[in-house]
Design a protein around this ligand. Structure first.
Ligand code: ADP
Ligand code: MG
Length: 243
C-alpha cells in the first residue's frame, strides 16, 4: 500500500510549550484516519504541520514518498496536494459561492475562467449546492458554508484532504449534511485525515483511529478495536468521557 503522508519523529514547540512530542504517523493511500483526543492535545498542530501551515522544529514530513524541504520545495505545490478544511469555514465574504470555489484554480493554478467555472460548478453539484452558486456566503447556513469550503478545497484536486473539526462550529441539526458529504468523499477513495469529536463518524467511516494525549500518540487501531477494546487506560478514560 502506498503512503500518502508520513511524519517521522515530529517535534513542535510554541515557546517553552512542547506541543508535539516525537510523533510518528502514516496515512496510506485511500485511507481515512480519524484523529481524536482532548482539546489542547496537539491535534490541530499535527494537522497543520502536515500541510506546512505550521513548521515543525524537528523530524520529517514525507508527502507521496518525498521528504518536503521547506527551504527548497514550493510549499504551494505541496498544499495543492494536501487540501484542508477548517472549523471556521474561511470563505471569502465578498465573493459568491461559485467565485469562492473558482478562486484557487485561477489564482494558484492559472486556469482560464471558463475551465475553473466548470470545475467549480461540478463540485458544487457534488456537494448539493448547485442552487447556491450565485449567492454570497452570508446567505448560507453553517452546514452549507462548510460544504462550499469542502468544494473549494477539492477544486485544487488534492490527493489528501485534512479536516480540522469541520462540524464543531455547526448547530447540531447541520452536522449530518457535512458528515454525509465527507462520507461520500471517503467512499470515492479520497485519502483523509479527520480531527473530530464525532465518534459515530469515526466508528462508521474511519479505517483507523488515532488517539492523542498531551502531544503524543497514545494508541491507534481500527475503530472497533479502539472503541471496544482500548488497551491504554488514558484511551479508556477519554472514551468513557465522550461516548
Ligand atoms: P488541539 O487541536 O488538540 O486542541 P492544538 O494543536 O490546537 O490542540 O494545541 C496544542 C497546544 O498548543 C495548546 O496548548 C495550544 O494552546 C498550543 N498552541 C497551539 N497553537 C499555538 C500557537 N500558534 N501559539 C502558541 N501556542 C499554541
Ligand atoms: Mg484543534
Amino acid at each position: 500500500m502506498s503512503t500518502k503522508i508520513e511524519v517521522n519523529n515530529l517535534n513542535k514547540s510554541f515557546g517553552s510549550l512542547h506541543v508535539l512530542k516525537d510523533i510518528s504517523m502514516t496515512v496510506n493511500n485511500k485511507e481515512v484516519v480519524c484523529l481524536i483526543g482532548a482539546s489542547g492535545s496537539g491535534k490541530s498542530t499535527l494537522l497543520r504541520c502536515m500541510n506546512f501551515l505550521e513548521m515543525k522544529d524537528s523530524g520529517t514530513v514525507v508527502i507521496d514518498g518525498k521528504e518536503v524541504d521547506v527551504k527548497k520545495d514550493n510549499l504551494n505545490k505541496v498544499r495543492q496536494k494536501v487540501g484542508m478544511v477548517f472549523q471556521h469555514f474561511h470563505l471569502f465574504p465578498h465573493k459568491t459561492v461559485l467565485e469562492n470555489v473558482m478562486e484557487a484554480p485561477i489564482q494558484v493554478e492559472g486556469l482560464k475562467k471558463a475551465e475553473a467555472k466548470k470545475i467549480a460548478s461540478d463540485l458544487l453539484a457534488k456537494v448539493g449546492l448547485s442552487d447556491k452558486e450565485n449567492v454570497y456566503p452570508s446567505k448560507l447556513s453553517g452546514g452549507q458554508k462548510q460544504r462550499v469550503a469542502i468544494a473549494r478545497a477539492l477544486a485544487m484536486r488534492p490527493e489528501v484532504m485534512l479536516f480540522d473539526e469541520p462540524t464543531s462550529a455547526l448547530d447540531p441539526e447541520l452536522v449530518g449534511e457535512v458528515l454525509k458529504t465527507m462520507k461520500e468523499l471517503a467512499e470515492e477513495g479520497m485519502t483523509m485525515v479527520v480531527v473530530t469529536h464525532e465518534m459515530g463518524f469515526a466508528q462508521e467511516v474511519a479505517d483507523r483511529v488515532v488517539y492523542m494525549h498531551d502531544g503524543k500518540i497514545v494508541e491507534e487501531g481500527s475503530p472497533s478495536q479502539l472503541f471496544n477494546e482500548p488497551k491504554n487506560q488514558r484511551t479508556k478514560e477519554f472514551l468513557d468521557a465522550v461516548l
